[in-house]
Design a protein around this ligand. Structure first.
Ligand code: RP5
Length: 175
């Protein structure tokens, strides 16, 4: 994690209840989930980060998900790879919006993660994003969109970010 992002995370953790929880099944998921954290920081949205494994720390998962709404979290971004049960099990314990990020696995390039996360039974929703970096970035942007429904500041920052992205696209390719 960059020093700047670390400082941002510590200050938001201490100063206020974060709006977004970024959780991941393993330390090894951080290289992917870091992209979600960076995007939220860019949009000045408070977040916390935790390692919560569906398989290795099942009690931590239940505690985290069941207490999330009461602690003031509004959206949970959950990234996992392989047998990626984290987003689905979190959604089983909370009615907060859960956004799932399939982390690219070594063996199956994230197809296993994607299918594990996306094929939820009707009644327990997980909003599933793309595999890897794009999914992590879009999870943060989607979390920002959800929060923007009740926060004009976030809406304005999101609109500005979109406009900047549009302006950054060149008309012609450089040769
Ligand atoms: C999953 O298993 C994690 O989300 C991670 O993507 C994958 C591999 O975990 P490690 O063996 O690298 O800890 O639970």
């Amino acid at each position: 994690m960059s020093e700047e992002l670390d400082l941002y995370r510590q200050s938001t953790d201490a100063a206020q209840t974060p709006s977004v929880g970024i959780i991941m099944g393993s330390q090894s998921d951080w290289t992917t989930m870091n992209f979600a954290a960076e995007k939220l920081a860019e949009l000045d949205i408070s977040f916390e980060t935790r390692i919560v494994s569906a398989h290795r720390t099942p009690d931590r998962l239940a505690d985290y998900a069941r207490s999330a709404r009461g602690r003031g979290l509004q959206v949970i971004i959950a990234g996992a790879g392989g047998a990626a049960h984290l987003p689905g099990m979190v959604s089983a314990w909370t009615t907060l919006p859960v956004l799932g990020v399939p982390v690219e696995s070594h063996a199956l390039k994230g197809m296993d993660s994607l299918l594990s996360i996306v094929q939820m039974p009707g009644g327990v929703p997980v909003g599933t994003l793309a595999i890897g970096k794009a999914g992590a970035i879009n999870a943060a942007l989607l979390a920002a969109s959800i929060l923007s429904l009740n926060d004009e500041g976030i809406q304005a920052r999101l609109d500005t970010w979109r406009a900047m992205q549009t302006a950054s696209v060149a008309d012609t390719p450089e040769s």
